[in-house]
Design a protein around this ligand. Structure first.
Ligand SMILES: [Zn+2]
Length: 312
C-alpha cells in the first residue's frame, strides 16, 4: 500500500476510534459492595431501576442523556461493567440494535438479566410502520405500558434479591400511583387541542405508542430506528402532508441531530407554507441533570407541554 494512503487510513482509524469512545460515555460507573449493582442500558431504564430498587440498589446507566440507543455501540468497558453487575436491565425489541450479541452472551453468566421485551404482553405491542414483522421498541411513550415495565423490573429484582421483595413491591406500588398521575396529566393537557390539531411530526417514528395512547396522528421522517437516512422522497412527501394539513409546528428530538427536521422545515417553506419548529422532544433519552426533565415522569410531562404549547 502507498505510504501516504496507509498513513491517512491510520489517522482515519484513530479518529474513528476516538469518536467511538466519545459517543459512549458511561453516565456513572460506581459499584457498591453492600448493594445490588444494576447496569441499565437507557436513561429511562436507569431511572426506573433506581426508583424500584430504592435504597437496596446501585444503578449504573450505560447511555447518557441525548445518546441514541439505536446507534449505540457498547465499549469494552461497558461489557465488563455488565459482566461485573448483579443485574442487567435492557429494553429489547431491537432498541439497543447494536448490542444483541452482547445480551445473548450475558445470559448464563450467573447474573440476572431483565429484558423488558420478555415480560410484555405481545398484544399491546405495535408493529413497525414499514415492517410488520418487527415490533416498535418505543414502549415508554405510553405510560400504561411503562407501568408494565415497572412490574417487570420489580419481579426481576425480587428474583435476584428475594430479601428485598417487600421493599421492591412497596416502591412499585407508590410509583404506579405516580405513573397514573402522569398519565392523567398528559390526557388533560391533550384535551386542550382539537382533534385536527393533534398531529405530531418528529424526526423518527418514536411516537407511535404515544399517538395510540393519547389520540395523536404521528409522522416520523425516519422509520422506527434512526439507523437509516431519510430520503428526499420522504422529505418531500412529508412536506406536502404538512402543507395540506396546515400543521403549525414540527419537532426536533433530543437524541437525533436537528438537521433532518430543519431540512423538512425548509422543504415546507419552498412550497410556500411556514411551519415552526415547536421545540425539542425527549425521544429515546431523558433530559440531563439541568434540563428539568431528568426523570421519566418529568420527561413525559415536559413532552406533552412542548407539544400542546406549540400546536394550539
Ligand atoms: Zn427511537
Amino acid at each position: 500500500m502507498n505510504k501516504k494512503i496507509s498513513a491517512l487510513l491510520s489517522t482515519a482509524l484513530s479518529l474513528a476510534l476516538l469518536f467511538a469512545g466519545c459517543s459512549a460515555p458511561a453516565a456513572n460507573t460506581d459499584f457498591s459492595e453492600d448493594k445490588i449493582n444494576i447496569v441499565a442500558t437507557t436513561t429511562m431504564l436507569a431511572d426506573l431501576s433506581a426508583v424500584i430498587g430504592g435504597e437496596r440498589v446501585n444503578v449504573n446507566g450505560l447511555m447518557g442523556p441525548g445518546i441514541d440507543p439505536h446507534l449505540y455501540q457498547a465499549s469494552a468497558g461497558d461489557v465488563s461493567l455488565m459482566q461485573k453487575a448483579d443485574v442487567v436491565v435492557y429494553n429489547g425489541l431491537h432498541l439497543e440494535g447494536k448490542m444483541g450479541e452482547i445480551f445473548e452472551n450475558l445470559s448464563g453468566q450467573g447474573l440476572t438479566v431483565i429484558c423488558i421485551e420478555d415480560g410484555m404482553d405481545e398484544t399491546q405491542l405495535l408493529a413497525s410502520e414499514d415492517d410488520s414483522s418487527v415490533h416498535d421498541p418505543h414502549i415508554w411513550f405510553d405510560v400504561s405500558l411503562w407501568k408494565n415495565a415497572a412490574k417487570i423490573v420489580a419481579d426481576g429484582l425480587s428474583k435476584a434479591d428475594p430479601e428485598g421483595t417487600t421493599e421492591y413491591q412497596k416502591n412499585l406500588n407508590s410509583y404506579l400511583k405516580e405513573l397514573n398521575e402522569a398519565d392523567t396529566y398528559i390526557r388533560n393537557r391533550a384535551t386542550e387541542l382539537t382533534q385536527e390539531q393533534r398531529i405530531l411530526v418528529t424526526a423518527h417514528d418514536a411516537f407511535q405508542y404515544f399517538g395510540e395512547a393519547y389520540g395523536f396522528e404521528v409522522r416520523g421522517l425516519q422509520g422506527i430506528s434512526t439507523d437509516s437516512e431519510a430520503g428526499t422522497a420522504d422529505v418531500s412527501g412529508l412536506a406536502n402532508f404538512i402543507v395540506e394539513r396546515q400543521i403549525k409546528a414540527i419537532f426536533v428530538e433530543s437524541s437525533v441531530p436537528p438537521k433532518t427536521i430543519e431540512a423538512l422545515q425548509a422543504a415546507v417553506k419552498s412550497k410556500g407554507f411556514d411551519v415552526a419548529i415547536g421545540g425539542e422532544l425527549y425521544s429515546d433519552s431523558l433530559g440531563d441533570a439541568n434540563s428539568g426533565a431528568s426523570t421519566y415522569i418529568l420527561t413525559v410531562k415536559a413532552n406533552i407541554d412542548t407539544i400542546v404549547d406549540a400546536l394550539k
